[in-house]
Write a protein of this length. Structure first.
Length: 118
């Protein structure tokens, strides 16, 4: 019998240590019944898609699950195609704080940075 070789599937999303630390902070203050934090890309904004990070109380069958030191992080199953190869970071400075995405699939973004297109 011939052995079939398979390649490891690329991660749906790469998280920086700063993003993992923020997820741990969110999970430490999460409402009761929360099973993790989830990233999705709802249709919104000038360019069509936006990044949305929310608490979730149940895991959906097609969501991608990423284990972090602070708890489970989910990527919405319908959003994975838009996010493969992306990096999610948490950035804070004197004026703002938030998740920042380096998405190689994004072909454009609106002027305010609120949404993107693929």
């Amino acid at each position: 019998m011939t052995e079939i070789k398979t390649r490891a599937r690329p991660a749906a999303l790469n998280l920086t240590p700063s993003a993992e630390a923020r997820i741990a902070d969110l999970m430490s203050r999460a409402p009761e019944g929360t099973v993790g934090v989830k990233l999705s890309t709802p249709r919104r904004g000038c360019s069509g898609l936006a990044y949305s990070v929310d608490y979730v109380s149940d895991a959906k069958p097609f969501d991608e699950r990423i284990e972090t030191p602070g708890g489970a992080f989910f990527v919405d199953g319908a959003s994975v195609l838009y996010l493969v190869g992306s990096t999610m970071d948490w950035v804070e400075d004197d004026f703002t704080a938030g998740f920042v995405f380096n998405n190689p699939n994004a072909k454009g973004a609106c002027g305010c940075g609120e949404s993107f297109t693929v």
